[in-house]
Design a protein around this ligand. Structure first.
Ligand code: NAD
Length: 338
């Protein structure tokens, strides 16, 4: 049997590590070897890979996707690239965009240039639904123009378009995924779901942005990862695929669910000044991945959230030190991200 060597960038982060655990876990394909390339920023943790670090074919390289020599050698030694590495938190991009442009734009271009030299069989670029901007009614198909608003989403849109340009210009097999807001275990506690859960578990109040009516579609990380794997294995070169779950909730509604799941009341909620330029609503039309690749989200929101709360409740040793380190390094965001 031939082994496919997959380079996974950002594989120590929230979604990347779930993808690696799925690839090398009992239900993963048996013919893959995985190298994780990750800088281990505040958002990444080697502990996210504990389950698979002794699996056959697993290796880890600590490094930066902007390091041209390192990336060149790694891309040369692999058959496929799945690219998750990014600065991923909108609030941080509002405080300072430099790291976002560097990692998300320059880092992606660096990987694509290495891919051009070594021609891996596939390059899956993990983009985001945020690249489309904000939509009042209806849902975006993949053919809609990208109109990103935050520095984060602008950097993701730039990398998404550069990736597709390397397909059109150079014929690289590039596939792009644009998924909606993702929740689940192993997510650094700064975005809405893990921030609220960890604060409520500590008996601390949670900050809700503006009027709380911003709407997002929420997908469980296991469903997101299955969508990515379908695109890697069955998708078409040069195509973008939306991944969604049809679970649209306002931040208020989501807060209500999280309060219930954590056994807390609305008196734990503080309404705070809205995020600058806060997008009102995201909604992807994921007909294409459903009809072409047979994708269906399987996790319903209430059991997904209950499992997520349970994971944080039973893994304090995972998040408490991370949170304390982050609190020492910089002020934690006091507002609600999404
Ligand atoms: P995350 O912040 O949890 O993980 C990012 C990982 O990338 C971390 O392990 C970090 O150490 C690593 N990294 C950062 N800069 C790096 C660099 N210069 N070189 C190498 N590694 C670096 O992010 P996530 O939520 O897991 O998101 C993964 C990808 O999915 C991102 O591209 C993000 O834009 C996209 N995405 C996220 C969501 C979401 O809701 N979280 C939704 C759609 C798409």
């Amino acid at each position: 049997m031939t082994t496919t060597r997959i380079l996974v960038t950002g594989g120590a982060g929230f979604i990347g590590s779930a993808y690696v655990r799925a690839l090398l876990g009992p239900n993963g394909p048996s013919d893959v070897a995985v190298t994780v390339l990750d800088k281990l920023t505040y958002a990444g943790s080697l502990a996210n890979l504990d389950e698979v670090c002794r699996a056959d074919g697993f290796s880890f390289v600590r490094g930066d996707i902007c390091d041209a020599d390192l990336v060149d050698g790694l891309v040369a030694a692999h058959d496929q690239v799945v690219h998750f590495a990014a600065e991923s938190h909108v609030d941080r991009s509002i405080s300072g965009a430099a790291a976002f442009v560097r990692t998300n734009v320059q880092g992606t271009q660096n990987l694509l240039d290495a891919a051009l030299r070594h021609r891996p069989k596939r390059f899956v670029h993990i983009s985001s639904d945020e690249v489309y901007g904000s939509i009042r009614h209806g849902s975006w198909p993949e053919t809609d123009p990208l109109r990103p608003n935050s520095p984060y989403s602008a950097s993701k849109a730039a990398s998404d378009l550069i990736a597709l340009a390397y397909h059109r210009t150079h014929g690289l097999d590039v596939r792009v995924t644009r998924c909606s807001n993702t929740y689940g275990s192993h997510q650094f506690p700064e975005k809405l779901v893990p921030l609220f859960i960890t604060r409520l578990l500590e008996g601390r109040p949670v900050p809700l942005y503006g009027d709380g009516h911003n709407v997002r579609d929420w997908i469980h990380v296991d469903d997101h990862v299955r969508g990515i794997e379908l695109v890697r294995t069955l998708g078409r070169p040069g195509e973008a695929y939306n991944i969604g779950a049809g679970n649209e909730l306002s931040n208020r509604e989501l807060t209500g669910l999280l309060l219930t799941a954590c056994g807390a009341d609305w008196d734990m909620v503080r309404f705070v000044e809205d995020r600058k330029g806060h997008d009102r609503r995201y909604s992807v039309d994921f007909t294409k991945i459903r009809t072409e690749l047979g994708f269906m989200p399987t996790k319903d929101m209430s059991s997904g959230l209950a499992e997520t709360v349970d994971w944080y409740r039973t893994h304090r040793s995972w998040w408490e030190p991370m949170l304390r380190r982050a609190e020492m390094g910089r002020a934690l965001p006091t507002r609600v991200p999404s």
